[in-house]
Design a protein. Structure first.
Length: 190
C-alpha cells in the first residue's frame, strides 16, 4: 500500500521521445542516475516516495505512541506522574530543537502570525494536560487498558473535526469511528 512509485514532473526538455511518442530515459535530478521515465516524468525511488506519504508517518506515530505507553508505564513506577511529564517534556524540547536546527527549519518567531501563536499555545496546553492525565492513568492502571481509552481521541478528533473545522465524514467513515470507540472500550474492559 505504501510502497508505490509516483512519477515526478519533468521539464519537457528532460523527456526524450521517439516519433511514436514512447518515453525513453531521463536523468533523475535528486539521484543523478538514470531511472525509467513515464509520460508524467521520472519515477521516484520507493523509499523517497514512502517518506512523503502521510500513512507512513501515521503508522510511525502509532508505533512511537505504543512505545511511549510501555516506556512511560515503567518510568512512572517510582516517580510522581507530573514530574515524569516534566522530564518527558524537556526531552522532547531538546530533541525537537536539535532536529529543527539540524534540518534548517527554524523560523523567526516574528514570522509566525498571532493566530498561529494562539492556536499553537492552546495546542501546547492541551498536549500538556493530555500528557499529565495519561501519565496519571498509567500510574494507576495497566498500560494495555489505559492506551485504548487514550486512543478514543481518534473518535473525538472526528467529532471535533466535523463540529469545529467543517470536515465531512461519509456514513461508512462514521461506522468506522463507532467501531473504533467500541473496540477501544472492549480492549480496555470498560
Amino acid at each position: 500500500m505504501f510502497l508505490r512509485w509516483r512519477a515526478a514532473r519533468l521539464e519537457p526538455s528532460q523527456i526524450a521521445r521517439s516519433q511514436v511518442g514512447a518515453v525513453r530515459h531521463a536523468p533523475h535530478r535528486a539521484l543523478g542516475s538514470r531511472v525509467p521515465a513515464t509520460a508524467a516524468g521520472v519515477m521516484e525511488p520507493p523509499l523517497r516516495q514512502l517518506l512523503q506519504e502521510w500513512p507512513f508517518w501515521a503508522v510511525m506515530s502509532a508505533v512511537f505512541a505504543a512505545l511511549t505507553a510501555i516506556f512511560a508505564k515503567v518510568g512512572v513506577a517510582q516517580v510522581n506522574p507530573d514530574f515524569a511529564t516534566f522530564i518527558r517534556t524537556i526531552v522532547i524540547a531538546v530533541a525537537l530543537a536539535g532536529i529543527v536546527a539540524a534540518t534548517g527549519q527554524f523560523q523567526p518567531p516574528a514570522a509566525v502570525t498571532a493566530r498561529s501563536w494562539l492556536f499553537l499555545l492552546l495546542s501546547g496546553l492541551a498536549t500538556g494536560a493530555s500528557w499529565m492525565c495519561y501519565f496519571r492513568a498509567l500510574k494507576l492502571g495497566d498500560a494495555a487498558r489505559v492506551a485504548p481509552i487514550d486512543k478514543l481521541s481518534v473518535v473525538l478528533v472526528a467529532v471535533f473535526g466535523v463540529l469545529f473545522l467543517g470536515e465531512h465524514l461519509s456514513g461508512s467513515k462514521w461506522v468506522g469511528v463507532c467501531l473504533i470507540a467500541v473496540g477501544a472500550l472492549l480492549v480496555a474492559g470498560v
